[in-house]
Design a binder for this molecule. Structure first.
Ligand code: AHR
Length: 505
């Protein structure tokens, strides 16, 4: 059976919220220190931030960046990161068993964001702290009036507010590993109280309440229901977090990961809309998929791989420095297709994370910075997916997945903007190449003129475990995806285990 699809511009999903292409920077391992910030590096600017890394982050195309955690935020005192740097305290970071030097805080990070051209998304600490500290931070960041906090902000060099529009009410509060972990009832109450109070300070902000930290959490579903019963009127988004990894020798199963992401999104939407129904409300809670990625969190023996190997309390230890293969990047590209396919409800997402820590960009202290395999599908999708997303239902051969039953080998989505059309495709088969024939007739009828392929990119390697490393930073790159337009049909040749995209204008 050949793979076929149809591109009908009327089969619209929704306009794309560009916040879908967000990232995430946590004070974790070598993400900040010896990552984006390395004052002694030959490429560092006068502010200590590496310019080679800034260039790569710009090329990646991240729109918003969630900060400063993650698990880190649940023990963080944000005031430690303001004021003269030489007077800032060194603190224990309990989440990652490290020392936080506080050399980088809100002002420095916002300055870095100005250079990379991304917007700040802040998380407040609802682990070891509460409503008052969240209000203080919001006042410091956003208020344009003379107060004790805004005087301090001005004294610290910033007269104008930071104007942060998106705020997370804590992080993964359902997880027993989280400092200040609570049950859904208790978290729902503090999140609602904090949200109401924050809106009294700044009614324009958008608020994200914590959903489950994964679909496999034992409280998944009931957590979302209870938390939204408390916070429905006061929040705009509920978060989803998902990480995927290949289990030893199970590449084909791993390639079905996006089916799990689809089920996750659809379950959360159903739960949120069920709560809306009980409140007789037309309001729609949106999803902030604010942590997603490939993460080799478990060893083959099932052991958790999330703590420093160095003894004691190290500064910036090498933590979570996963090396990504072509296989990982193909699954990753498929996850991006899934996010685009659900852009009617997923209005924001954050790739977790950005530099060195489960990251598309790696650096070596005193040395180079390079692109991991996952860099390529992210940068291309962010650059080419504009306007509105359009379904591209595919009919394709299937493979059997233990977790998800019969899964189509090919998946795809399209986007349409004023200047052209982009098509994103994946071949999930570990063995069979596929030729996908896309029926463009409805699109051509709408346009009243022909189309040409102006760009086409393929991510594939005969060795699906090939990766970029310090020793071979350009081992994996992009090649040209073979395409042909024949009348009203677009033919795309997809090798086994490949991701690609085509631009038509
Ligand atoms: O992204 C790494 C960690 O994963 C984050 O700190 C936490 O929120 C999640 O468990």
């Amino acid at each position: 059976m050949a793979a076929t699809a149809r591109l009908d511009p009327h089969d619209e999903i929704a306009d794309i919220d560009r916040r879908l292409f967000g990232g995430f920077v946590e004070h974790l391992g070598r993400h900040i220190y010896d990552g984006i910030f390395e004052p002694g590096h030959p490429d560092a600017g006068p502010d200590g931030f590496r310019r080679d890394v800034i260039d790569l982050v710009k090329e990646l195309g991240v729109t918003t960046i969630r900060y400063p955690g993650g698990n880190f935020v649940s023990g963080y005192r944000w005031e430690d990161g303001i004021g003269p740097v030489d007077q800032r305290p060194r603190r224990l970071d309990l989440a990652w068993h490290s020392i936080e030097t506080n050399e980088v805080g809100l002002h420095e990070f916002a300055g870095w964001l100005d250079q990379v051209g991304s917007d700040l998304m802040l998380a407040v600490n609802l682990g070891t702290r509460g409503t008052q500290e969240a209000l203080d931070l919001l006042e410091y960041a956003n208020v344009d009036a003379k107060t004790a906090w805004t005087d301090r902000r001005a004294a610290n060099g910033r007269a104008e507010p930071f104007g942060v529009s998106m705020w997370c009410l804590g992080n993964e509060m359902d997880g027993p590993w989280q400092l200040g972990h609570r049950n859904a009832e208790d978290y729902g109450k503090i999140a609602a109280r904090t949200a109401k109070a924050m809106r009294m300070v700044d009614p324009a902000i958008e608020l994200v309440v914590c959903g489950s930290s994964g679909r496999s959490m034992p409280t998944f579903g009931s957590w979302e229901r209870t938390v939204l019963e408390h916070t429905f009127d006061d929040v705009d988004f509920i978060s989803c977090h998902a990480y995927y990894q290949e289990r030893r020798g199970q590449a084909q199963e791993f390639l079905a990961s996006s089916v799990d992401m689809t089920t996750f999104i659809e379950s959360v939407v159903t739960t949120a809309d069920a709560v809306a129904a009980t409140k007789n409300s037309d309001k729609r809670i949106m999803i902030s998929f604010d942590e997603w990625n490939i993460w080799y969190l478990h060893s083959d023996d099932g052991e958790l791989m999330d703590k420093p190997e160095e003894p004691g309390w190290p500064v910036a230890p090498r933590l979570l420095e996963d090396r990504y293969s072509v296989l990982d990047a193909v699954v990753f590209g498929d996850l991006l297709i899934t996010l685009l396919t659900h852009v009617d409800r997923v209005r924001s997402a954050s790739l977790a994370q950005l530099v060195n820590v489960i990251a598309p960009i790696m650096t070596e202290p005193g040395g180079p910075a390079w692109r991991q395999t996952t860099f390529f599908p992210f940068s291309l999708t962010s650059r080419l997916a504009h306007g509105r997303a359009v379904h591209m239902p595919v009919s394709a051969p299937t493979f059997s997945s233990t977790a998800f039953g019969e899964v189509p080998t090919v998946d795809a989505v399209a986007t349409i903007d004023e200047d052209g059309i982009s098509v994103f495709v994946v071949n999930r088969s570990t063995t069979a190449p596929e030729t996908l024939s896309v029926d463009l007739a409805p699109l051509l009828a709408e346009l009243g003129r022909g189309l040409v392929v102006t760009e086409s990119h393929l991510l594939h390697d005969d060795d699906m475990y090939a990766a970029n490393t310090l020793e071979a930073p350009e081992r994996v790159g992009l090649s040209t995806l073979t395409t042909e337009i024949d009348g009203a049909s677009l033919r795309i040749e997809l090798p086994a285990v490949s991701w690609g995209c085509v631009r038509l204008t």
